[in-house]
Design a protein around this ligand. Sequence first.
Ligand SMILES: NC(=O)c1ccc[n+]([C@@H]2O[C@H](COP(=O)([O-])OP(=O)(O)OC[C@H]3O[C@@H](n4cnc5c(N)ncnc54)[C@H](O)[C@@H]3O)[C@@H](O)[C@H]2O)c1
Ligand SMILES: [Zn+2]
Length: 399
Amino acid sequence: MPSTSGAPTPAATLENHDAIELPSAGTVTVIASSARADTYPIHITRTLEEAAARVRELVGGAQVAVVTETTVVRLHGDALLAALGQEGLAPEVRVVEAGEANKSLDQATGLWHWLAAGTLGRHDVLLTFGGGVVNDLGGWAAAGYMRGMRYVNVPTTLVGQVDAAIGGKLAVNHERAKNLIGGFHQPLGVVSNIAFLDTLDVRHVRAGLAEAIKKAIIASPAYWRRIETDAEAIVARDHDALERLVLAASAIKAELIARDPYEYDARRTLGFGHALAHPVETVTGYGPVLHGEAVAFGMVVEARMANARGLLPDAELERIVRLLRRVGLPTAAVDLGAAVDGERLLAATEKVRLARGGSLRWVLPVGIGETVIADDVTEAELRDALERSGIGVAGPTGA
Ligand SMILES: NC(=O)c1ccc[n+]([C@@H]2O[C@H](COP(=O)([O-])OP(=O)(O)OC[C@H]3O[C@@H](n4cnc5c(N)ncnc54)[C@H](O)[C@@H]3O)[C@@H](O)[C@H]2O)c1
Ligand SMILES: [Zn+2]
């Protein structure tokens, strides 16, 4: 640091930094590199009181506000506020309409206006209290407010507890595509209270199971065995079985996120079942087929592709189909809640391929706990796997 001889260096200079040289040429390079690390806990609790105590621990002395939706606030709102009150927290509450259609830019904008009218600062905490829709929407609002305020996820669905609330991957939908507008911002913590699942209807329990089974197929034979053992108990909402399911899913997702938090690795496997799930949701109009149901169907189609390539033995394909059927998830077109037109599905899949820069990466299982990524699946292979899953697609079968 330059200083004139004998004169003391002023206190408010760039201490420990070299003086900045002025450039002589017309191009300047920005090197924006840092070693930011977000570490946070996922607490799995059995009672609301315990959940509120964990929330209190996470937020410390910060102010808190809650974003939730109409169904969740009706079923659990008063109880949550009472439990938070016991912990000395009296948050403002913002309620949005329930449903995927409200995971929208309009709702996010509404949240920003609400936050701006309130007194929360960047280091205060927004609680997202609801299913994946509220976790994604509230987290995205937190990510955008004041360039990123803190938030805690309190997921109330199984999809939320095994998947959506973990990882800081946030988005709202756009009329052109699902999850089109979003970003990454990790939460301060996650509090998954099993007791919230008591009021969830069985179809949504099954949808959550699809995301759990996905994790078993891509990463963990031990988790697969656990789900095989607990399947009926989970569907019956047995708390011990649900806690085992959520705890293991949290550990597996935490490990996969630690390896690649911002999805730089194109060979990521968490998208298993999703290359077709999103097109199925799109062509059926986001509603009649739940995301988890579309994922189950998409996993079967990818497993059939793997089987046709000789990568996945018949017996393993059967095992996958059998477990999905056992828990009541769709494994063929007739099981889906809406008719799926093959040609429209292919067109929607093609759109996803274009959006991803020209190549679709399929995640092909080679056994339970192991997958390979293929970006060379031909249209003929896709048509064949779809046909074997009950979706007829006539027309050319060339590459
Ligand atoms: N960010 C991620 O990594 C990630 C991962 C998976 C899914 N997602 C997103 O999550 C969303 C799906 O999540 P979801 O299935 O939780 O949807 P959701 O939030 O719409 O909840 C499903 C239904 O359950 C109701 N509900 C919520 N909690 C309840 C409770 N305790 N009792 C009774 N009913 C309750 C809701 O009102 C809704 O009708 C999708 O938008 C998907 O894209 C995100
Ligand atoms: Zn998913």
